[in-house]
Design a protein around this ligand. Sequence first.
Ligand SMILES: Cc1cc2nc3c(=O)[nH]c(=O)nc-3n(C[C@H](O)[C@H](O)[C@H](O)COP(=O)(O)O)c2cc1C
Length: 401
Amino acid sequence: MSLKEKKIVVGLTGGIACYKIPYLVRTLTGEGAEVKVIMTAAACKFITPLTLETVSGNPVATELFPENKFISTRHIDLAQWPDLIVVAPATANFMGKTASGISDDLLTTVVCASARPVIIVPAMNPQMWLNPVTQKNYAFLKDIGYHFIDPDEGDTACGDLGVGRMAEPEKIFEFVKAFLEKVSKKKVLTGRKILVTAGPTREEIDPVRYITNRSSGKMGFALAEAARELGAETTLISGPVSLNPPTGVKFIAVETTADLHNAVKREFKKTDCLIMAAAPSDYTPLDKAKEKIKKDKKNIRLTLTGTPDILKDISLLKKKNQLLVGFALETENALSNARKKLKEKNLDLIVINNLRDKGAGFEYDTNKVTLLRPGGKPVALPLLSKKDLSFKLLEILAGLF
Ligand SMILES: Cc1cc2nc3c(=O)[nH]c(=O)nc-3n(C[C@H](O)[C@H](O)[C@H](O)COP(=O)(O)O)c2cc1C
């Protein structure tokens, strides 16, 4: 994809890595992007605005309160103009201010005022990077939707070894290109209603203990986010996980398999497609102790009883124009078990995870799956990020409606 007609704001903050940014800007403009540069006062100590003006072909903005009053609202203009903002290098100071909502110069004000995606590319001394305050700001910013290109390990300008070096301009360029490609995806699910389930369930043993499984919810959350990005009206039902619900998605929190069953039955009527990425517990304790079970016995026996088979029940309610997608996680005979599940539960597609593959399944940000349709041949996909896999899966589903 060329970057023609793409508008990018590049923000520089005060670090040695500023010297690598003219090359990045040059590469972006060379691919057709229009680039406007903002520099903090500290960034101007490392490299001159003139250099960036020359490579970007646009005036460089440095002042929040410029002398010329006709450009006095440019913090808003610059916030609304681009498709993407890239802050590189990003100092610990910039991350701290952005995480706290401090907007005391042009760059932090533009970032605060913008609804556009922001990619932050940190660069700093390894101790600064490891500082718990920096790490807290990093985790928080990531959590609320800022994108990061993490620093590399190696020697830094100050001579210290460790993690802190800014990612190389080539890597930033490739990331930006892939990012813009992703966000400019066609909205193939506009007008569709997609219901996704995610995460594990908890089955109470006594008031303090429960049975659960290793599902992190990452696959279902990525699917919900991708469905929203492809234009679908999206509902996400999730068991207890430590992820923040994606914005723009209706979120329903559940705890047990029975809760999940009820919520899915209620929501399924209103949906065009259900993707069951949750890992509900197949068994629940038959008797839930009212008080905490004491530690005074050598052995105790826990009797479990089966929970409702959600997909089986839903398949009985399924109308002709509704799609049903299941996930199968098998430790043996994956393909034959998946074929059986596909048929028994009247699924339109099954996604087979294999726990044996490195980087696949629970807790990872990546997954390696095989797709199977009724009467079709298995299609093995390569190891993909859960988000990229979600786009692939949803684009297939868009074609099935
Ligand atoms: C020579 C020198 C190099 C610096 N390099 C970095 C750096 O790589 N990363 C960083 O976070 N701060 C670095 N600093 C400190 C920042 O420049 C300082 O925190 C400044 O206030 C950042 O302002 P800004 O975030 O508004 O650009 C450096 C300071 C000096 C003097």
